[in-house]
Design a protein around this ligand. Structure first.
Ligand code: EPU
Length: 357
């Protein structure tokens, strides 16, 4: 394990911004991850785990502590009864490569989560999901390092408190566990999950024959709307979707009425009314930002993406972390002012004014 000094984090995050880490280490195994945490503790350094960098935004300032760059590799397939297969992957595997490998083996269960950046270790933390599938649907267990008790623990699905982009790992126990490996249950006998209009159109109204076909459909749709992380810096969805009640939704319609076109208001109402679950309304934040005119809105080098207003991009390639922060703040303030909704940032903001926003 080699501890390096003054390593730039800019190219290790998909947003492509951020200053340097005073101390930095690449962890090639679970043991390296644990050793690095112990090293930080012995040397009284704060520390952060950095995976694929798609969910972390570091400020432009020097990060004083130790950044642990997870690169632990290894995938195991364990056939179970009834065509089920357990896939055990180390935290440092690239998520999208794992999805591809599983699809090629004709294993169903994660194909709709194609073309999502990041590493396997992030999966249970954020309960990653897309197109009607989420981590919790296929999750069997994970191994994690408990930094309070200094031991490796195994969590089964029911232990994880999974919800929409939520788990114990990013809420009650945030910072306590570092995921080392994940076990998912996939299915040789599965079939297409979800029938999104975009997907239907891509498949010409036919059911996907195998997971690879579904993966191709999803990847193609995602990359037609979202920037490819190799071409344009971004961190995926920048804000979480809004969950409100009927009163909150109706108040937002009344507020928007005075500020946006009749056509946009109609679109807002049509989409929002499709996402009602009992008394709970899910308002797609991308839609709200779009009708409020934020698609393409730019502050310094950072902007909201033209064709998906929920995605913030490093438009010029030269954006500062400060631009990202200021753009986020302006949007949060304007949305709050107009609708009363408090937008929550999805990626972790590290080393900013209020620290973790
Ligand atoms: N919309 C607009 N304009 C926009 C953006 C969205 O009108 O600029 C509308 C869309 O047309 C659609 C609705 O808003 O009717 C919802 O948009 P979309 O289907 O693209 O999904 P989303 O709610 O914005 C979520 C996830 C994505 C995931 C998609 C697909 C969150 C915060 N985002 O986005 O996840 O890929 O669903 O399942 O939950 C990510 O986390 O990085 C991510 C990309």
């Amino acid at each position: 394990m080699k501890i390096q000094q003054q390593v730039s984090l800019k190219n290790l995050t998909t947003m492509g911004v951020g200053g340097k880490a005073q101390h930095f280490v690449v962890a090639h195994t679970s043991k390296d991850i644990i050793d690095a945490i112990l090293y930080a503790r012995q040397n009284q350094l704060s520390w952060r785990v950095l995976g694929g960098g798609s969910n972390s935004i570091f400020s432009d300032n020097l990060y004083q502590g130790l950044v642990i760059h997870v690169q632990s590799k290894g995938i195991e397939f364990k056939p179970q009864t009834g065509g089920k297969v357990h896939v055990i992957a180390e935290a440092g595997e690239v998520w999208d490569d794992l999805v591809e490998t599983c699809c090629r083996k004709k294993l169903w269960g994660i194909e709709n989560m194609s073309a999502i950046p990041g590493l396997v270790g992030a999966l249970p933390i954020e309960n990653v999901g897309a197109y009607g599938q989420e981590c919790a649907d296929v999750f069997v267990s994970c191994q994690a390092y408990d930094v309070e008790e200094d031991k490796i623990v195994t969590f089964l699905k029911d232990d994880c408190d999974f919800g929409y982009r939520h788990s114990r790992f990013n809420s009650t126990d945030a910072g306590r566990y570092v995921v080392l490996s994940v076990c998912l249950e996939l299915d040789e006998n599965g079939s297409q999950c979800g029938h999104y209009p975009d997907v239907e159109a891509y498949l010409g109204g036919q059911e996907a024959q195998d997971p690879l076909e579904m993966r191709q459909a999803i990847s193609s749709i995602r990359f037609s709307k979202l920037p490819h992380w190799d071409d344009l810096g971004s961190a995926g969805s920048f804000f979480k979707n809004i969950i409100t009640d009927k009163q909150g939704y109706l108040a937002s319609v009344t507020a928007l009425e005075k500020h946006i076109s009749a056509e946009n208001l109609e679109r807002y109402k049509n989409v929002c009314e499709r996402f009602v679950l009992g008394d709970s309304y899910k308002i797609p934040t991308g839609l709200l930002l779009d009708v409020m005119g934020f698609a393409g809105y730019q502050v310094g080098g950072a902007a909201m993406y033209e064709t998906q207003a929920l995605i913030m991009v490093n438009k010029t390639g030269q954006a500062k972390a400060e631009d990202i922060y200021n753009l986020a703040l302006q949007i949060q303030q304007k949305v709050k002012q107009l609708t009363g909704f408090e937008l929550k940032i999805e990626p972790h903001m590290i080393g900013f004014k209020e620290d973790e926003k």
